[in-house]
Design a protein around this ligand. Structure first.
Ligand SMILES: Nc1nc2c(ncn2[C@@H]2O[C@H](COP(=O)(O)OP(=O)(O)OP(=O)(O)O)[C@@H](O)[C@H]2O)c(=O)[nH]1
Length: 547
């Protein structure tokens, strides 16, 4: 560094153009910030342009939600973190040491005047946060220093636990802005550094984001597993196995079967590839459970007009979310709410009643309703019990209107409403004739049967989508794919393995090796091991600032 500085001064003496000099100084500043900040910052500070964001490598942000709170956590990460500690943190430990030396001084009064001492890593310390220019006390706080690489970002990290008032947080953030080499973090930047430092792979990054976004118990449990590295290790093992298969083929290419290596290696590689192919196929055959559980199950309520669809939405939401009137065709457009049913995240949509209508606006609503039902993960057909069940010689029979029947699939549940309108003598035989699974009768007006309906619906959905726990409380059926991105890469890995298996042996063995290499690359992209620069911004931008 000193040699570099002396070169820059020599440049000045030799009358180099100013632009050249400032470029040299800028380059030196970059080196100074990234490698030995304290030594060179002062030497270069005077009269030079301000540092760019790329040069200010130390980032800070409020990591808890803005607004009033008991405690707010401000995070700092980067090469200047120790410098931040020295400039703005004054611990009571330091004050005690200095008091012992000077005898008899009040700890609280002397704390800001006490020169900063080095932090005790991973230990929370009581401190004052001070303004680095005026030494004014900004807050009475707690601070913890994590020495890299044993930190979340793998860099030096400082967490300041301050009082969560707007003015306190604002003052501490302003103080941080005054420390050379520091800048505000962009969304997800702490996590990005953890990824770049090798602490997390991309699946764990996504798991962390899902954990922060989790609204329900099932989402929390699934996200926690992914963030903990479960998907990482499974995708890693899959990739290793493909590479193992590739190694066999490479050995064949290099030495040739029967000469230097044993017979049957090609068949062995094919069998291994077949097993891997089957494994990927079974991972892909998961009915998108992981993705659905993460984003919420889309449940669409549909049926003829005036049967109580909007009343049902209001009942589930426990508020007057939709307009309910006795006029058929009241609901015109889709109204969607996010609810927690039985611990599962459900996006429930109320739709326009399905019927032939001359009204242009209603027609548009009906068309939207049909499309929503077709795109849903599950649907709930609401019918009026008295209209839907007709008497036949063999007993009461459920009748679904002809224009609605094509929308009914194995994923359709049925709710027969308005049972209060049926006399008891007719009701009893009707109820016994209903299907045992996925069909309930209620009166939303009197709330009769609604408890059984909600419990039954939750059980049906949990059976389809939830994680199942064994006797020890361990989840047994955890879906590996939680993001569409994983599916895309696994599907292409499957295609490459198929292409390898289709390779006529052994003449095209070199081509076959290439297919295996692509398959390994496709799986590597899920974890972010290879070639994912293009998706990184999209992934990290979805984080909040401070994470
Ligand atoms: N008797 C009785 N009436 C009900 C019940 N549930 C809803 N209603 C009434 O049925 C009428 C229609 O209810 P909505 O919830 O608007 O029905 P909808 O299916 O959304 O109607 P559209 O908007 O036309 O599609 C309202 O007057 C409700 O008060 C019930 O269980 N029993």
């Amino acid at each position: 560094m000193l040699r570099a500085i002396s070169i820059s001064f020599r440049c000045k003496k030799l009358s180099f153009p100013n632009a050249y000099l400032s470029r040299t100084i800028l380059a030196l500043r970059h080196i100074s910030v990234t490698s030995c900040p304290a030594l060179t910052m002062k030497a270069l500070e005077h009269g030079t342009p301000p540092l760019s964001d790329a040069q200010r490598r130390t980032i800070y942000a409020l990591s808890t939600p803005p607004g009033k709170s008991g405690v707010a956590v401000i995070r700092v990460s980067g090469p200047e973190t120790l410098g931040v500690w020295q400039r703005i943190v004054r611990t009571t430990r330091a004050a005690r040491i200095s008091q012992d030396k000077g005898k008899g001084k009040d700890v609280n009064r002397s704390v800001t005047k006490t020169p900063s001492i080095l932090p005790q890593p991973w230990k929370m310390e009581r401190c004052h946060i001070i303004d680095p220019h005026t030494s004014e006390i900004l807050d009475d706080a707690l601070a913890v220093f994590f020495r890299g690489p044993r930190s979340f970002t793998t860099e030096d990290v400082l967490e300041l636990h301050v009082h969560g008032g707007r003015a306190v947080v604002g003052a501490v953030l302003t103080a941080l802005a005054r420390v050379p080499g520091c800048r505000p973090a962009s969304p997800g930047e702490f996590t990005r550094r953890a990824y770049e430092g090798g602490r997390l792979d991309l699946t764990q990054v996504e798991g962390l984001r899902d954990l922060v976004d989790a609204d329900t118990e099932s989402q929390r449990r699934a996200a926690l597993r992914v963030a903990g590295g479960e998907a990482r290790s499974q995708f890693h093992a899959l990739r290793e196995d493909i590479i193992g298969c590739l190694a066999l083929i490479e050995a064949l290419i290099d030495f040739g079967e029967g000469e230097d290596i044993e017979e049957g290696v090609f068949d062995q590689a094919r069998q291994q590839a077949q097993r891997l192919r089957d494994r990927i196929q079974s991972i892909l055959s998961d009915n998108r459970r992981g993705e659905i559980m993460r984003t919420g199950i889309r449940l669409v309520i549909f049926g003829p007009p005036n049967v109580g669809k909007s009343s049902l939405l209001n009942f589930l939401a426990q508020r007057e979310a939709a307009i309910v009137t006795h006029v058929p065709g009241t609901t015109r457009d889709i109204l969607e709410l996010s609810l927690d049913i039985g611990g599962l995240p459900i996006l429930v949509a109320d739709t326009a009643g399905l019927r032939e209508s001359p009204d242009e606006v209603e027609q548009i609503g009906i068309e939207r309703a049909r499309k929503a039902v077709q795109a849903a993960d599950a649907s709930l057909l609401v019918l009026s019990l008295s209209d839907a069940v007709s008497a036949t010689p063999s007993g009461p029979r459920l009748h679904i209107p002809a224009e609605i029947a094509p929308l009914v699939t194995p994923n359709t549940f049925i709710l027969l409403n308005k049972m209060d309108l049926l006399p008891t003598s007719v009701l009893m035989p009707t109820l016994t004739a209903l299907p045992q699974h996925g069909c309930w009768a209620v009166s939303l007006a009197s709330q009769t049967g609604t408890g059984e309906f909600v419990a039954g619906l939750a059980t049906e959905l949990q059976d389809r989508y939830n994680l199942i726990q064994d006797a020890e409380g361990e989840d047994t059926n955890v879906p590996l794919i939680t993001h569409a991105r994983h599916r895309v890469h696994l599907e292409s890995a499957l295609e490459f393995l198929d292409a390898f298996l289709d390779t006529p042996a052994p003449e095209d063995i070199v081509l076959g090796a290439e297919e295996l290499r692509y398959a390994a690359q496709a799986v590597g992209k899920i974890s972010g091991l290879v070639d994912v620069e293009d998706v990184l911004d999209a992934i990290f931008n979805q984080f909040c600032i401070g994470k």
